[in-house]
Design a protein around this ligand. Sequence first.
Ligand code: CTP
Length: 399
Amino acid sequence: MLKGKKILLAVSGSIAAYKTTLLTRLLIKEGAEVKIIMTEAAKDFVTPLSLSTLSKNQVLHSLSENDSWANHVMLGRWADVMLIAPLSCNTLAKMATGLCDNLLMAVYLSATCPVVTAPAMDEDMWHHSSTKKNIEIIKSYNNYVIPVENGELASGLIGEGRMAEPEKIVQWLHSFFLTSKELAGKKVLITAGPTYEQIDPVRFIGNFSSGKMGIAIAAEMQNRGALVTLVLGPSNIDVNNGIKLVRVKTADEMFNACLEVFPKTDIAVMSAAVADYKAVNTAKEKIKKTEDTITIELTKTKDILKALGSLKKNGQILAGFALETNNEKENALKKLSSKNADLIILNSLQDAGAGFGFDTNKITIFDKAGNEYAFEMKSKSEVAADIVNIIIKQLHAKA
Ligand code: CTP
């Protein structure tokens, strides 16, 4: 059930930390990939050696290694879910206030995946007004809280505050992955592929876009419960059943299809490589090879992303791509503002393995608030998941 899921287990300092050995074993048995981080306090209750042996991965607890800063915050981008178990009173308070004084908090504050917590504390601490308030605060930040259990506590008291048993946490994750359709009911518009601008009955201006990236985004949106319309230029790649497919050839056709769908759309992602120019006149007959040189007059196509940006209403999210060969960041930021987009996803042709035709891509996402999310080279389906995670973050921020 958890096969292939990437789980980042973050252990904070509570006696319940000893249960994370069993929890790790259960997650691994289910086929999950588990990476573990812990606070310094957690090391008093369970050793990094036990957890690294069980997870088969190095356990991290510090922001620096051998006197150099380690970029472990990327772990929150790697994971499908960050599971903070046990969640101590102290870490809860830091999450509620955004205090960043250790690796766990740095990863949490930069995580783009859902965050699930399993609190563990003594009954009196659990019932303290500040704890109750902090739990409500972290829930309001879209974190999940697995209910505590009633039973024997480390203090010897019997009451509420025990961390959910590892088996219960695993069950909770099962139903989370089954039902976490974060985009349920959301209407999504995606463009993908190239466009072909006809010159004569047998020739066109086109580009090497395969449509893979946009089709992967459409599939990921559908997985998260969205109702997806994909406006697709000429492409041979298969599209999942259940996605509403509108096939187009030219930039004009793509423009018209998008304008029709956009007003009822919650999220639009323009990933098509739309031709920037088309022939002023399309020859009715095949152009014959009579001259040594010929000139074809071209005119700009309509900029679909820009048009949608000017029509965008409050609450709608609009994302575009920027495919650049130089001055990448500067050009991406220019597109963000000139097209009135909420996000620009940059891929640079400087990166080998990124761009048209490849099965992999390497992106950096820029948003209007000035955030910059840089990702490693990944498969296009993993890149699609990263893009959708950032879009969901934007949706929550706008809500
Ligand atoms: N785009 C669009 N309609 C066009 C051209 C581009 O919707 N006629 C969208 C693309 O789908 C992409 C974004 O605009 O999301 C940026 O595309 P890109 O080709 O990088 O930028 P351009 O605006 O065309 O600028 P330039 O080619 O000069 O870099």
